[in-house]
Write a protein that binds this ligand. Structure first.
Ligand code: OGA
Ligand code: MN
Length: 304
């Protein structure tokens, strides 16, 4: 095994690394998986270039890292899918592979990916890792940005850290979509996407580093008036996404990027919506809610 990690950010050498000598299509050994887990624990985001894979190979690789999440995390209908339920369709294409019309609801919902977020933070047990494979790219734009929520935490003043640490936030996909102007949610959607609670501050079980668990899906903080909570989260998000905490990924076809949703946020950037952009995402679920540090003691308590 001769894996090698090259850090991609000069200002923050513990954030984002390119991994060489992995051939995802052919599968990886247990030792390689273990090495990759250690690497993502340190860097938060791993970039693999030139990985010509199909969905089955992507899923098989992802499965090495924990229980898999199905692509049920969207408030839009699950019928007429282009891809299997094992894969999140991160594209602007319809089921026949044609570019969606500007006003198409699926496309407009997809614009939610342009808000800073952590995948599935609106699920009681949120995502651990996401793996995104670039299949078709527009000529320009359509980059993905990642922000280091550990560095953002480290840079907070101590009194701010103390204020954040006990807070519990409410996350729902309806909050992030409402912020884009969606308001006509059905009773079924409202029922299905009830807010879930997540800690604002997490401690990574592997590295022991604390991080801010922010996401555009947050709509409230337990015990706080809503406008004050939203303003507080907006300020924190502004802090956490300053350039020194951010890496911008410029996609090449067949790049695969894997990130840890517990310690990073990400967002898509604009591109010409008349051109196809097709990325496929597989998602590894976490095994417990961010709250369970308190409730079951399954992971190390924050204050040790
Ligand atoms: C995702 C996502 C951003 C992008 O796949 O979860 O948010 O640039 N993608 O498409
Ligand atoms: Mn996402």
């Amino acid at each position: 095994m001769s894996l090698h990690a090259t850090p991609l950010s000069h200002s923050n050498p513990d954030f984002c690394a390119e991994i060489n000598s992995v051939d995802i299509a052919n599968g990886v050994s247990e030792a390689e998986c273990h090495w990759l887990e250690k690497a993502i624990e340190r860097y938060g985001v791993l970039v693999f270039r030139d990985q010509v894979i199909n969905d089955e190979q992507q899923y098989a690789f992802s499965e090495n890292f924990g229980p898999m999440e199905l692509a049920t995390g969207d408030v839009t209908a699950h019928t007429d899918r282009r891809l299997s339920m094992k894969v999140n369709d991160i594209s602007n294409l319809d089921k026949d592979g044609k570019v969606l019309q500007r006003s198409d609801k699926a496309r407009l919902f997809g614009l939610g990916n342009m808000l800073w977020h952590s995948d599935s933070s609106f699920k009681a047990v949120p995502a651990r890792y996401s793996l995104l494979s670039a299949r078709v790219l527009p000529e320009q734009g359509g980059n993905t940005q990642f922000a280091d929520m550990r560095a953002a935490w480290d840079a907070l003043e101590e009194d701010m850290q103390q204020e954040c640490e006990p807070l519990i936030c409410q996350h729902s996909q309806l909050f992030s979509r409402a912020s884009l102007g969606f308001e006509d949610f059905t009773d079924k959607q409202i029922q299905e996407w009830q807010p879930v609670e997540q800690r604002l501050v997490r401690k990574h079980p592997g590295s022991g580093r604390r991080s801010l668990f922010l996401s555009s899906h947050i709509g409230g903080i337990n015990g706080w008036p809503v406008p004050e909570a939203r303003m507080f989260i907006r300020d924190l998000t502004e802090h956490a996404t300053q350039p020194q905490f951010v890496y911008t990924h410029h996609w090449m076809p067949w790049d695969l990027v894997m990130w840890d949703n517990r310690t990073t946020m990400h967002r898509a950037r604009r591109y010409d919506h008349t051109q196809p952009r097709d990325l496929h995402r597989t998602t590894v679920s976490d095994e417990y809610s961010s709250l369970e540090t308190i409730q079951t003691g399954k992971t190390t308590p924050l204050r040790t």
